[in-house]
Ligand binder design. Structure first.
Ligand SMILES: Cc1ncc(COP(=O)(O)O)c(C=O)c1O
Length: 385
């Protein structure tokens, strides 16, 4: 089976792990953790970073750090991975689901502005959702597929509404927006994931970058809110730190970041060239404001029965030894978020079932990619119409 997206462990991972074992630094204290934080901060275009046990835990702590609390609402796109909304829920808050923009598949600034203008009111320094009477505490844009959202527009709205912005940039390390790195776009905090299917992995893990004071707060919260070296804790904190073992793998992977990004770009280009002339097919977004991290490659069916075509093609590819998958099912269609407040979601609803993700591991060979392209073309030629 040609896999969808697997880790590429071909650098110094084993050597760095051995160093952890040899030096006895296997836990959350160790030199690789600080080195990893510095490497991620540099790649993200910031100077402050804190490594966490997962992207989800990093996002949870980041939302707490900007003041999200019990019964609050947080604006979030409906088309995302459930970790984004779960992190909001872990704060005791609820996502307010908004639609994505058709061109970028990221939070639509016009929908965000309309929700604020039409459905909220200001009481003192806070913003409230008129219908539920709940406070709106933050905006959480998601960099879908490694593609930055239109951050200038979103930050402008956020400033006017006096709302903090925490970005779920899980798969966007190495992406740029108007030439700037994805962690330096003006958000309060930005989270990256190092889960096994990301372009660079730590086996599992996350990293939160951004404003130095807020990053320090995240560090505090994720280290059991410990004050000093003894057993003093000033709030209810979390054991959310990354271990030196994870960071050792993460450092070896970060050394490969540019090589891996180049491979992801080459793979995305390969599919565009190999499949671009097929009728009824559109590619993943490539808005002019961004250089995506191209985390996943694939396409979207523009046909009348895009959902059926996507299902049938995926089954055909799997029968032929090629792993192809659907993409995120939007949050309002997930049991835990069926009753979350939301705007109309025509783009998310139309899009998600039409998407096909194709093999895009960084070690995918030209031969394997040609096999995928040929299989897609064969299915397209012979499918029942
Ligand atoms: C958009 C998005 N947000 C959050 C996460 C959660 O990250 P993690 O798996 O590291 O907790 C992921 C990936 O797993 C993701 O794709």
């Amino acid at each position: 089976m040609i896999p969808l997206c697997i880790p590429n462990i071909s650098g110094k991972e084993a050597a760095y792990l051995k160093e952890c074992v040899d030096t006895n630094f296997v836990s959350t204290v160790g030199p690789f953790v600080s080195r990893f934080e510095q490497m991620v901060a540099a790649a993200a275009g910031t100077s402050s970073a804190v490594a966490t046990s997962a992207g989800t835990t990093g996002l949870h702590a980041a939302l707490l750090a900007v003041g999200v609390g019990r019964d609050d609402l947080v604006f979030c796109p409906a088309l995302t991975f459930i970790a984004s909304t779960n992190a909001i829920s872990h704060c005791g808050a609820t996502p307010w689901l908004l639609d994505v923009d058709r061109e970028s598949w990221t939070l639509d600034p016009a929908v965000l502005a309309a929700a604020i203008d039409r459905e909220t009111e200001r009481r003192g320094s806070d913003l409230y959702h008129v219908d539920s009477g709940r406070r709106v505490a933050a905006i959480l844009p998601v960099f879908t597929l490694g593609t930055p959202a239109d951050m200038d527009a979103i930050l402008d709205i956020a400033r006017r509404a006096a709302l903090p912005v925490v970005v779920d940039a899980a798969a966007a390390l190495g992406a740029t927006y108007k030439g700037r790195p994805s962690g330096a776009l003006g958000a309060d905090l930005t989270m990256y994931s190092f889960n096994g299917n990301k372009t660079v992995t730590a086996g599992g893990g996350g990293c939160v970058v951004g404003d130095a004071k807020l990053v320090a707060k995240v560090r505090h919260l994720t280290t059991t809110a410990r004050v000093g070296a003894d057993y003093d804790h000033d709030v209810i904190g979390f054991n959310y730190r990354m271990t030196n073992l994870q960071a050792a793998v993460g450092c070896a992977q970060m050394e490969m970041l540019e090589t891996f990004l180049e491979a992801k770009r080459r793979i995305a280009d390969g599919y565009r060239q190999g499949l671009g002339n097929l009728p009824g097919i559109g590619f993943f977004p490539d808005p002019e404001w961004t250089q995506s991290g191209y985390w996943f490659s694939g396409f979207v069916f523009r046909t009348a029965d895009g959902a059926g075509d996507s299902r049938a093609l995926r089954a055909f590819l799997r029968e032929n030894g090629i792993d192809a998958r659907p993409f995120w099912k939007p949050m309002h269609l997930q049991a835990p978020y069926a009753n979350a407040p939301r705007s109309l979601l025509p783009v998310s609803e139309d899009l998600w079932e039409r998407i096909v993700t194709l093999p895009c591991s960084t070690q995918l060979t030209d031969h394997e990619q040609s096999k995928v392209i040929e299989a897609v073309r064969l299915w397209h030629r012979e499918r029942p119409r």
